[in-house]
Design a protein around this ligand. Structure first.
Ligand code: NDP
Ligand code: 8X3
Length: 255
């Protein structure tokens, strides 16, 4: 194992932005800890890359005890985490708040806010002790703006934005950098999850314009973590050119 390489922990690495970020960091010499709930996808990723470069952890970030024991199970040399990418998250449902489903709300709040905190609390302590580290929180344009029917998802991403600012204030004394990355529409499994597995409806979200790719966001994350140690990129908002604000997308007629 190349113990001189940096270590990144990426939550939600089984698909989309997390998976693309893992690939890019591996290409750039990092060793990576990849997390998610789908063990078969995590195993595939471990087998795909050179031995010793990937460590997988299968757990649900909504469960604080599972999260704690998964992270504490890391071998000592894997606990020296240089970069944490808090990426795992989801939107579930799209409706006016008065029609919202409580199960959707609980899942989004528990994953996007509480799950991010459960992971960060533990990794931040390791970074604090090492006086080294960089935490990248994946927010959203939904954490900068609010759009109709997005209510609770937007609220969770506004919370991520607030936590990013709080973490930056509280971790600066320990030489730990904190960055918020806030994408607009990226075609991943995001809309499939939002629309309960309806792939046709999910596909229609990205029709008629050039959406962002997971690789575009991975590229931005890599830019942030590869700056000189005294440089912190506080905040990046990254949008498709055709989406000037959250609720407007300029589509070309594709008929
Ligand atoms: P995907 O659905 O493709 O990926 C989400 C990842 O999160 C999966 O790897 C999933 O893994 C993981 N995840 C979800 N819930 C849990 C959980 N309870 N415990 C552990 N892991 C979990 O979507 P994206 O890549 O698009 O989303 C990544 C992040 O980017 C999210 O925070 C999302 O809100 C944000 N974002 C996405 C945008 C988009 O348009 N796509 C735009 C702005 C922000 P598994 O299912 O294996 O557990
Ligand atoms: C995902 C992007 O526009 O659906 O966070 O909120 S959006």
């Amino acid at each position: 194992m190349n113990t001189s390489s940096k270590i990144a922990l990426i939550t939600g690495a089984t698909s989309g932005i997390g998976k693309a970020t893992a690939q890019l960091l591996l290409n750039n010499g990092y060793r990576v800890i990849l997390t998610g709930r789908r063990i078969e996808l995590l195993n595939e990723l471990r087998e795909k890359y050179p031995e010793g470069s990937v460590h997988i952890l299968c757990f649900d970030i909504r469960n604080s005890q599972e999260t704690e024991s998964a992270l504490n199970s890391l071998p000592q040399e894997w606990k020296k985490i240089d970069v944490l990418v808090n990426n795992a998250g989801l939107a579930w449902g799209l409706s006016q708040f008065y029609d919202g489903k409580i199960e959707h709300w609980d899942t989004m709040i528990d994953t996007n806010i509480k799950g991010l905190l459960y992971v960060s609390r533990i990794v931040a302590m390791w970074m604090k002790d090492a006086e080294n580290g960089h935490i990248v929180n994946i927010g959203s344009i939904a954490g900068k703006e609010v759009y109709s029917n997005g209510n609770v998802y937007c609220a969770t991403k506004h919370a991520v934005d607030a936590l990013t600012k709080a973490m930056r204030i509280e971790m600066a004394p320990f030489n730990v950098r904190i960055t918020g990355v806030h994408p607009g529409a990226v075609e991943t499994e995001f809309s499939i999850v939002r629309f309960d597995g309806d792939t046709e409806k999910a596909k229609s979200v990205y029709q008629g314009f050039e959406n962002l790719l997971a690789e575009d966001i991975a590229d931005a994350i890599f830019y942030c973590v590869s700056r000189k140690p005294h440089v912190n990129i506080n905040d990046l908002v990254i949008m498709p050119t055709a989406q000037p604000v959250a609720s407007i997308i300029h589509r070309k007629n594709t008929n």
